[in-house]
Design a protein around this ligand. Structure first.
Ligand SMILES: [Mg+2]
Length: 383
């Protein structure tokens, strides 16, 4: 019987300072950093993956825990490796399972498996339903500004730029009250969305994301006003653990809630879906448990008649892997297309993925369809 043994697995930390820091409700973002995963097989195939979050933690778990366990296993047994790793990590860490580690390993295994067969991962995940996917522009982050009017004007100009570039769906950030450097509140949040709506018109699909900034009362207050602005979804209004809040808000508001970037594995999404707590699920391939779990969540979401629209905010690896699963998702998913300046996302792939109007072609080259430029990789590597 043919086998494809894993010879080595390596965590590769990348980091790049941003020219201008950007903010969301939770924090400033002044650099972009990623823990990439490189798997090599005895047969000479290389697979790439990516873990969500800081390098710290991901790298150590890979090096000290995953490496001695995974070497020699057969890449083709991806789902078994995924499930066994979840079991082992849960047993070791008790109160949480490092899902970003599982994700990075899982993506790298799918990439290697696809390359070994000369097939895109989307074919191995059950087949492609589409060769292009509608993209929405994510951005509209907050930057240093003297006052709200200055920031609002800058964000409205950015929105118009995305529309000029061909996008017909946009997402912005709200939740000023949680950030100490932005002394505004929910009224300014609503005013910002209103200003974008007025600037781009009613034909543009508009989503807004609070990055779990609100308590339940403020979320309801804001959500009621977003209805009048025709907002397509209201993302992460409250903290991810507050499933009961999600459930009540999702039933009370006309605007559906979206969430999932802070949830992992199909069992967490099952709880959310069973509670009818969101109208859109947003698993991230780099944090929800890789392509295996994201595909499972998409299938589960479809069973509950809920659209899955994966969260994407990573390097070229995350973007490529997300496109492969997007090819397979039932219904009418969109690609979250990060438009913030990010050299690691833009330069790491030999053929960068770009939008063509409001859609993005899904690569059909082997694996996740991303060829890494080794010189660029080295230039971003953390020492
Ligand atoms: Mg979000």
């Amino acid at each position: 019987m043919r086998v494809m043994r894993i010879e080595s697995i390596e965590a590769i930390p990348l980091r790049r300072e941003l020219d201008e820091r950007i903010a969301i409700a939770q924090k400033w973002i002044s650099s972009r950093q990623y823990c990439l995963i490189k798997v090599e097989t005895v047969e000479g195939i290389t697979g790439w993956g990516e873990c969500w979050g800081p390098v710290a933690g991901n790298r150590e778990i890979i090096e000290e825990y995953v490496t001695p366990w995974i070497e020699g296993k057969d890449v083709r047994n991806i789902e078994q490796i995924h499930d066994d790793l979840v079991f082992k990590l849960t047993g070791s860490y008790h109160s949480y399972t490092p899902a970003s580690v599982v994700s990075g390993v899982d993506i790298a295994l799918w990439d290697a498996y696809g390359k070994s067969l000369g097939a895109p991962v989307s074919e191995l995940l059950g087949g492609r339903r589409r060769d292009r996917v509608r993209a929405y522009a994510t951005g509209h982050f907050w930057t240093d500004a003297d006052d709200f009017e200055m920031l609002k004007g800058r964000i409205v100009d950015e929105a118009k730029g995305h529309v000029d570039a061909g996008f017909d769906a946009l997402k912005n950030k709200i939740g000023f009250q949680r950030h100490p450097d932005f002394p505004w509140g929910w009224k300014e949040d609503v005013e910002l969305v209103r200003a974008i709506r007025e600037a781009v018109g009613d034909d543009i699909r508009l989503m807004t994301d609070a990055n779990h900034a609100y308590d339940s009362a403020t979320a309801r207050r804001v959500g009621k006003r977003l209805e009048d602005l025709g907002v397509y979804w209201f993302e992460e209004p409250v903290r991810p653990h507050a499933i009961d809040n999600y459930e009540s808000l999702n039933s009370e508001l006309d605007t559906p809630l979206a969430g999932g970037e802070c949830w992992a594995f199909e069992h967490e999404f099952a709880r959310v879906l069973d509670a009818a707590a969101v109208g859109i699920t947003q698993p991230d391939v780099t944090s929800a448990g890789g392509l295996t779990s994201t595909r499972r969540v998409a299938t589960l979401s479809d069973a509950y008649n809920v659209q899955c629209v994966p969260h994407v905010f990573g390097s070229a690896i995350a973007l490529g892997a997300s496109l492969q699963v997007l090819a397979t998702i039932p219904g009418d998913p969109m690609l979250e297309f990060d438009r913030t300046p990010n050299p690691i996302r833009e330069d790491l792939a030999v053929d960068p993925i770009t939008n063509d109007g409001n859609s993005v072609p899904i690569p059909d080259s082997p694996g996740i369809g991303v060829e890494i430029d080794p010189d660029v990789l080295d230039s971003f590597r953390m020492t």
